[in-house]
Design a protein around this ligand. Structure first.
Ligand code: PLP
Length: 285
């Protein structure tokens, strides 16, 4: 069934949606995005996604396309028009359409704003019972991964390499240390129960789910440390998992073919998933 999408001020059927061939998102990947998960027809951590969008726009000196109240109402309208109970809302802002030039377009060029929905079972995801397998690949992305840009070609290639190696996803490695997954943050749990994830820097995306899980883990009395780890350390860990807005907390059971712990989703990863989903349901707007 055709969806209703939002393009630059109008709600239109997806077949009728158009964007200029001169759009800088198309020509230069000069755009940023956010993905907000919908659970029970409501938005999870919307404020967190808006804060990161503001930051991405500021880092790239890009104008905001609309104020946050308007962006929230567009999200809600799309969820309602498309009858989304579970899934996501994708939002993309680009620097707009202008003659092709490496220099930014003149001040006042209107940014483009596109949103669409995608239906997906997120809370009852069978992958959470089975766990994911990951393989390591070199991190060949640019050096400002903290900005959520639409230039996702390398993560897409890494995902294809994972599939070719019969795995679900790839963990990217730089200077011997895991940065993150292709579209998620990477975590391990040590034998003594300490939860480990890489600290925020320009090397990784500052995951909204990552922040929530750190807060919830601390509130539940779990020890955690923010430091990088290697693939070798991860293979020897008791548990491993990834976090993202759409995967929530998802156990990782194999790394480069080696089982992590018992090779099945670990108890603390499962618990953190449960805590996260309960909190997400409780606070969704
Ligand atoms: N890291 C990367 C590279 C991502 O693309 C994503 C999500 O798309 C994440 C981490 C997780 O971020 P969030 O929890 O905000 O979805």
């Amino acid at each position: 069934m055709s969806r209703t999408v939002y393009v630059n001020g109008a709600f239109v059927p997806e077949e009728a949606a158009t964007i200029s061939v001169f759009d800088r998102g198309f020509l230069f990947a000069d755009g940023v995005y956010e993905v907000t998960t919908v659970l029970g027809g409501r938005l999870i951590d919307f404020a967190g996604h808006m804060a990161r969008l503001r930051r991405s726009l500021a880092e790239l000196a890009m104008d905001a396309p609309a104020d946050e109240a308007e962006i929230l109402s567009i999200h809600r309208e799309l969820v309602a028009r498309n009858g989304i109970e579970e899934g996501m809302v994708y939002l993309q802002v680009t620097r707009g359409a202008a003659d092709r030039d490496f220099a930014f377009p003149p001040a006042g060029t209107k940014p483009s704003l596109v949103l669409f929905t995608q239906e997906k079972a997120v809370s009852d995801n069978p992958a959470a019972e089975k766990g994911l397998t990951v393989v390591s690949v070199p991190d060949q992305r640019w050096a400002r991964r903290d900005i959520k840009t639409v230039q996702l070609l390398y993560p897409s290639l890494a995902k294809m390499e994972a599939k070719a190696r019969d795995a679900d996803d790839a963990w990217m490695v730089e200077n011997g240390l895991v940065t993150e997954g292709t579209s998620n943050n990477a975590w391990i749990i040590l034998a003594d129960g300490t939860i480990v994830t890489r600290p925020r820097s320009e090397a990784i995306l500052h995951g909204i789910t990552r922040s929530a899980v750190l807060r919830l883990a601390e509130e539940a009395g779990h020890r955690f440390v923010e430091r990088p780890f290697s693939i070798e350390e991860a293979k020897g860990a008791a548990e491993a998992f990834i976090t993202s807005a759409s995967a929530f907390v998802m156990p990782v059971v194999r790394i480069d073919g080696a089982p992590v712990g018992a090779g099945v989703p670990g108890p603390l990863s499962r618990r953190l998933r449960q805590i996260y989903i309960e909190e997400a349901r409780r606070t969704a707007i």
